[in-house]
Design a protein around this ligand. Sequence first.
Ligand code: ADP
Length: 780
Amino acid sequence: MTSDDKDSPGVSPSLDDDLFRQLIDSAPDAMVIVGENGLIRLVNIRAEQTFGYSRQELVGQSVELLIPERLRGGHEAHRAAFFSAPKSRAMGTGLELFGRRKDGSEFPVEISLSPLKTPAGTLVSSAIRDVTVRKAAEQRFRALLESAPDAMVILERDGRIILVNAQTERLFGYPRNELLGELVEKLVPKRFRGAHVLHRQGYSREPKVRTMGSGLELYGVRKDDSEFPVEISLSPLEGEDGGLISASVRDISDRKHAEATARLASERLLSAIESIQDGLALYDADDRLVLCNSTCRELFATALRGPIVGRSHAEIVEAALAGALFELGDEPPAAFRTRLSEYHKNPIGVLDVKTQGGHTLRMTDRRTLEGGTVSTLWDVTDDVALVAERKLAQELAEAANAAKTEFLASMSHEIRTPLNSILGFAQLLQMDKKAPLNERQKDKLNHVLSGGEHLLRLIDDILDLSHVEAGRVMVSAEPVNVAEVLDEVKAALDPMAARASIELTITDPVDRTRQVVADRTRFAQILINFGSNAIKYGKVGGKVTLGVSLQTPGMLRVSVEDDGIGIPVDQQDRIFQPFHRAGQETGPIQGTGIGLAITKRLSELMGGAVGFQSVPGSGSQFWVSLPEHDVKEAPKEVGTAARIAGSTLRGEDGPLHTIVYVEDNPSNIAFMQELIAELGRVNLVTAPTAEVGIEIVRARQPAVVIMDINLPGMSGYDAARKLREWPETKNIPVIALTAAAMVGDRKRAADVGFHKYLTKPVRVAELLGVIEEVLSPDRG
Ligand code: ADP
């Protein structure tokens, strides 16, 4: 080929020109000059170093020698194409080019080609640069890009994307090749694109590291057109052809969602707090107000200028004091301040404060988990007024009650005295032998007598009821044997039943061990009331039955059943109201209508209840239910036997002492008798009432008196007081032994002068201890 001939080595004098050689040897890149036939015509020193061949080894060889074998075929074709339209350009734009050294190793290169017109024809000069180091750096940069958590987009200054990482593909839904070379606005929602271009251009002029659009909501758009909120930071990158821009894009959907949820929650909380009518304030751990509702804000509005949130509790109190928000009364401001801050520091219970407006606010402070405080303030003005009103009403009612009782007591006394003479003289008239009355007179006198008696009963009943209602009646709850009480009640009612030709029985079998917790006297009173009604409202020749049943666990029910006239249905619901006689007001049977009211009050005082069933014309059943005393569970003291055995009062030697025990309950008497029987040197005398008891004490001068408090008739208190009054009994120690029914009893007992006050159930060791102490010889 002609060109081959023209390009043959040595033919071109200019290539051999020394100046030209020196010129290309000074080039920083490897220079290889090739003829149209592909043979190397000239190389520089750098080319020798780069490829590991000497100049002699290269000149005249095909240029493909410097190319890896696998790429040689393609290269020949490209070479031919270049010579057909030679112009300066980079070789294989967008392709990875490689060189091959003499030892066969490959390395990445970048080649720029330029035609060289010589007299010997067109040559091509190729400048070859070993880009191993740069490629490695690029590789590292890519790896860095890929490892970034965010989508990284690298742009040219004109906005074209030149690099993206895998996160970008994932986030925006585009494969890499659909992004490279595109304008970055492809990733921006359409409505923002115009503005984005302007911003981008602005940034290109003055690039620096910063976040994009601070304070703005930024959005990205995916290939599928869906949008998502993003956060973008920009930084300039130095590229080869001027500055590049790197944008890292983070999807903040989750964060936005979490923020929205948190905002919603806090908005809900705020509106809930606002809707509370009470004032509410929240202080943080440093005791600064972080939150408060409008009620609270309004309260402090007059005293505080500027926002209340952020102020400390102390500041707020100070401002409230300065603004005279609270009505301090006689309290000095310093004391008020201390009281408020002490409560705030250690909030126990509540704190009431008064405002100048006449309102009472109740403050409740509670600690929060973070060590702050929630303080609520609610207006209790009405409640306070109500409490005061109720208290006043109660005091008035109590005073009225006391006055009523007082009135009834004196009235009963006033009526009783003349009534006694009426009844007394009427009886004298009835019995007068000297001037006997005729039948008509006797008949009339009988009316006087029965009227008088009725009046007397009425007075007694009214007095009794008013005592119960005024809380003057004490009940001492103690174990009471039910069968014994039933026997007593039957004995008391038998004469009345006989007069009315009614058969009174106790249903068999009554378990004789059964006990209730009750006041024995009052329990019997209730049953006698039921029983006398059953007889009064019974039928001649009828039956009245006393019985015991266990209706609910723990409660024993004692009933009185008759086959009498029954109670009209329309009267039944008011039967326990005082003075209500259920249609008997005009009937022949005498009564006051008070008895059942008293039974109801008494049963309630003892923790029980009363009730009835009645069928008009066939009879009624009235019952009282009381807590059962579990005999098996009665407190058994450990070591009681040993305590008794070791008592100083057991031996036969020494003086004999007498103890008087005033007690109405037979079980208690039996217990005391058993206990004292163990003590050889003590002699026990018992009295069933206080009246009998004090007479025995005066007569026998015992060493000790043991006194029950709640006795039929005179109470233990009155008896003890009486004994204190008489010189012959005033030094005898009296021990109270009682089922304390009311608060303040112990104090009252001390005032009366009891030596000791013991409560039932009796603790043997304690009782013995007291008796021994009193009876010990070294006692004055
Ligand atoms: P009174 O003194 O009138 O008997 P109570 O309070 O004991 O007063 O009883 C109130 C009323 O209940 C009696 O007037 C009577 O009408 C009615 N009542 C009470 N017990 C019986 C009963 N066993 N049978 C019929 N009626 C009764």
